[in-house]
Design a protein around this ligand. Structure first.
Ligand code: ZN
Length: 481
């Protein structure tokens, strides 16, 4: 008997079970028992050729068994098999020639550090000389910015081009209600400067791209990844490997987080763990899947702690260990990571020697390409949907969001069929009927439209902009979330 731990992203296929007990003698048998029991798991875990997909790792207890033959990997009674998919965040070269010293004010400010032997005056001066860059001033960037400013890091670069939105304030504690509509960069910098006027802040009001990443990151000792999308994650990873900078990684999703240190000394990089991104849409973003407001605080503070340890050259970092945090069960686990000699970036014979097009790598096509195909017959404006409803047109409006989203707000007359359940409900819809699909913002409903068309439905349209656009343009009493 072995236990298979199911990650959040796959629980939708296991009737929400987070662990499944199977009777199996090997890892291969265990995974087959799982997919026999829950057939929908199969296509997410295995390719059509039956090969384990490369954005999924399998561990037995805390050992990575990716390179082992699954059918030959024996399981003992009580073993735990973990399925860990990627989730859609040298003693730093503080070799600055510049002499630094602490003022009397700084001695008082950092006195609780100065009396720690592991920090002391020498460590505090290392912090003051250190240069860190934060990619993103959002959920993870908030605790990172606050604490790294407080502990006395001398120079912090922040890369962000976003604006503070009301839905950010549930977790991005570096911004306040008075900052709504301001650039996150300005809001974060003001807060950090207020905490520590000795801090020098470099503001980068841009998105990190393949064109600017090396130039921006080059001047810093440590890169901290607080991003929320796969293209930027791979970009940050590859840039860090190429520049030989430690990449302090964190990511969050719903109630779970991950943290480690990549590309540090001889340790592994993100691509050693996940050579390829998941297909677009498989792993929802926090905007789609939600995130507990406290979670980025926990993971961001772990990242800040790792950055400080790297600067001080003290302690044991997370290099080679992936820390998994489960807030719902208040459980920490860690898995060993190893550098992959065949890694395309940090391996022995790298094939990626310069930055690439990460949108393309992650299978994300710019809207300019996607829209013409969808335009015209395939889409309908929310205002036109309202007119159809008012006229009493004979059509079906399906809402492909999840039931808990339907609880927040709905369009009167819409029929709830969550996207994942749509295949089972096709026979309830008329293939010749007039069908409009909507979701929150239009992405999931586009998938619904594609699915219906593949199944022979002729007159199916996607309501552009989803219920958010409905709230903006048709009925402002519908709350936005
Ligand atoms: Zn690597």
């Amino acid at each position: 008997m072995a236990k298979i731990l199911i990650p959040t992203a796959l629980r939708q296929f296991t009737c929400q079970q987070d662990a499944v007990d199977v009777t199996a003698g090997t890892v291969g048998e265990a995974l087959r028992a799982l997919t026999d029991k829950f057939p929908d798991v199969r296509k997410n875990l295995f390719s059509d050729q039956g090969k384990l997909r490369s954005f999924v790792n399998v561990y037995v207890n805390d050992e990575d068994i990716r390179y082992l033959e699954k059918d030959a990997t024996k399981l003992n009674g009580g073993d735990t098999v973990s399925i860990v998919p990627s989730i859609a965040g040298g003693s730093a070269s503080v070799a600055e020639a510049e002499e630094v010293a602490l003022s009397n004010e700084e001695v008082m400010r950092y006195s609780r550090h100065l009396i720690l032997p592991e920090v002391g005056m020498e460590g505090q001066l290392k912090l003051k000389k250190a240069k860190i860059i934060l990619i993103g001033a959002g959920g993870l960037g908030a605790p990172l910015g606050l604490y790294l400013a407080a502990v006395g890091v001398g120079r912090i670069g922040v890369v962000d081009f976003d604006v503070v939105d009301l839905s950010n304030l549930q977790r991005q504690v570096i911004h306040g209600t008075g900052d709504l509509g301001r650039k996150k960069l300005d809001s974060a910098a003001d807060k950090m400067q207020d905490i520590n006027p000795h801090l020098k802040i470099d503001k980068y009001d841009v998105g990190l791209t393949s064109e600017n990443a090396l130039e921006i990151l080059r001047d810093y000792d440590i890169v901290i990844d607080g991003t929320d999308n796969f293209p930027t994650r791979y970009l940050v990873n590859d840039a860090c490997v190429l520049l030989k900078k430690p990449n302090v990684y964190g990511s969050i999703y719903r109630f779970e987080g991950q943290a480690t240190v990549f590309a540090y000394e001889d340790g592994p990089c993100y691509r050693c763990l996940y050579p390829e991104p998941p297909p677009p849409g498989l792993v929802p973003s926090c905007a789609e899947g939600g995130v507990l407001g406290i979670l980025p605080g926990m993971i961001g503070i772990i990242q800040a702690t790792e950055a400080v340890k790297i600067i001080l050259g003290e302690g044991t970092t997370l290099k080679g260990r992936l820390l998994l945090y489960d807030a719902m069960n208040m459980a920490f686990r860690e898995l060993k990571l190893q550098r992959d000699p065949a890694c395309p970036v940090c391996g022995d014979h790298p094939t990626v020697t310069k930055l690439i097009d990460y949108q393309e790598f992650c299978g994300i096509h710019p809207p300019a390409v996607a829209v013409p195909a969808a335009a015209g017959a395939g889409v309908i404006d929310p205002v036109d949907v309202k007119q159809k409803l008012d006229r009493g047109d004979n059509f079906v409006l399906i809402d492909v969001r999840e039931p808990h989203e339907y609880q927040i707000c709905r369009i009167p007359g819409a029929k709830l069929i969550p996207l994942g359940e749509l295949p089972k409900h096709l026979n309830e819809l008329d293939p010749d009927g007039d069908i409009v699909a909507h979701c929150k913002s239009g992405a999931r409903s586009q998938k619904a439209v594609d699915l219906l068309k593949q199944n022979g439905f002729k007159n199916v349209r996607n309501m552009t902009g989803g219920i958010l656009a409905w709230s903006d343009r048709v009925d402002p009493t519908v709350p936005k979330y």
